[in-house]
Each structure stands twice: as C-alpha cells, then as structure tokens.
Ligand binder design. Structure first.
Ligand SMILES: [Fe+2]
Ligand SMILES: [Fe+2]
Length: 244
C-alpha cells in the first residue's frame, strides 16, 4: 500500500513499504508553479508512484525530477517520468549530470553547482554538494529554504514499516543506529562510507538548520535537524569507524 502525507506545506511524502527488503521507499512531491519530484523510485515502482503523484497534481505538469545520486531507488524511473511530462527535466549535481545523467536520461539535466539555488515558484532549492555522502561521487543534498526541508536521501535510513513523521529524536536515532549496525554486519556492509569529508559535510548540512528531515527510507523527522545531524555525525564515527 502506498500512502501520501503532507510533511510540510505543499510537500508530500509518497511512501511504499516493500516487505521483501523490509523498508519503505519514499518520494517527495513539491507542489508549486514548477512541480518537483524528489526521487522517482525504482522503474518497477513507476505505476505506483505515478498514481500517487496524480492524487496531488497532474503528472504531466511535473517540471523537475530531482535526486541525490545515480541509483535505482533515486532515479530508476527517471525516463518514465520524462516520457509522461514533456516539460520535465532531471535536476541533480553538476557532477551527476556530467558523469551519468546526461548519458542516461531522455533529456539533459540541469546540473547545479555547490550552493546554487533553483526557484520553482514559491520554493527555493539550494544544492549542497556532498561527494560520497551518503555514497557516490556525484551525491548531493537539496535544501528547500522556505520550509527548511532537507531532502536527506539515505541519511537517517530507518528500516521497517514506520509512521510518516516522528518528532522524537531519541526514537529516530535509535532506529538509525540499529539499521546502520545491521548493514555494517550484513552482506551490504560499507553501504555508507566514512571519508575525510564526512564530518565536515554533515556539519555543513547541520548549519542549514533544517526543521524537516525528509528521509528516503523511514519516517520524516520534524524538529531540530541541526541537532539530529550532529548526533548522526557522532553515530557515523562510532558505528562506521570504531566498530570496524
Ligand atoms: Fe543510495
Ligand atoms: Fe536509498
């Protein structure tokens, strides 16, 4: 079952729990003069995600298909969405556009530089370049400034079938910790690398003072994103470095 929840004004979380892998896959739809979809989900999810988008806007009016890095749950259905909306264009980091997206996508991407802002009408999206955070060279994060929403991609990944939003930071961090530990010891170890840039990048994201953390897997957190990102930085050092 797919659920739709408005997590901030005109920002909708589209959530599908996939039992086989025990996690939720979330896409975020921003309703504005130029509607933006953050994450498409995998290609196989396209009919489901398109139907959910259609409950909020006409999918043919989508203008931006945005994502953090080149991976199936981020942009697997990119070309399917570009096919149903002739005005839609991929939106990603400049590196993402140059390295993968412009070769793969039906139409060239708008590749943003670090700190560059795109306006969709009433919303302003600032791209923060975060190479190898959560993973992949071209990775970036998008911050919507008017609602202080940080699209977190795989940061704050929480496995399980969870409620759309949570305001409890201890609960959030406990779920993130147990998920991270599970990945460190399983066949998917090294899901998230810890690089010489990781803590600095997390500090840059914290300095944005987000109030909504829109995670791709699990609940959206509403509260002090600055504090939660500082906690995440400590957790990464503890789990990704010391537990090796
Ligand atoms: Fe990923
Ligand atoms: Fe993901």
């Amino acid at each position: 079952m797919t659920t739709i929840t408005e997590i901030a004004p005109d920002i909708f979380r589209i959530c599908t729990f996939i039992g086989d892998v025990g996690m939720q896959f979330n896409q975020f739809l921003v309703r504005d003069r130029e509607p933006l979809l953050y994450h498409t989900g995998m290609k196989a999810m396209f009919p489901t995600v398109r139907a959910a988008v259609a409950k909020v806007i006409d999918p043919a009016t989508l203008r931006w298909i945005a994502f953090s890095h080149f991976e199936s749950d981020e942009c697997g259905a990119l070309n399917e969405f570009l096919s149903i909306s002739t005005s839609a264009q991929p939106l990603c980091s400049f590196a993402g556009a140059m390295v993968s997206v412009n070769d793969f996508a039906l139409r060239p991407a708008r590749g943003l530089q670090d700190g560059e802002v795109l306006t969709s009408g009433t919303r302003q999206f600032r791209l923060i370049r975060t190479p190898h955070l959560p993973h992949n060279w071209e990775a970036s994060h998008l911050f919507e400034e008017s609602t202080r929403t940080l699209f977190c991609s795989d940061l704050f990944h929480q496995d399980g079938e969870l409620e759309p939003t949570t305001t409890s930071e201890p609960e959030l961090m406990e779920r993130v910790r147990s998920t991270l530990l599970r990945y460190q010891t399983g066949p998917f170890s090294d899901y998230l690398p810890f690089t010489p840039m990781t803590e600095h990048q997390l500090a840059r994201l914290a300095a944005l003072k987000p109030e909504v953390l829109a995670a791709m897997h699990g609940s959206t957190f509403k509260g002090s994103g600055e504090h939660a990102l500082q906690e995440l930085s400590g957790l990464f050092r503890e789990v990704l470095v010391r537990s090796r």
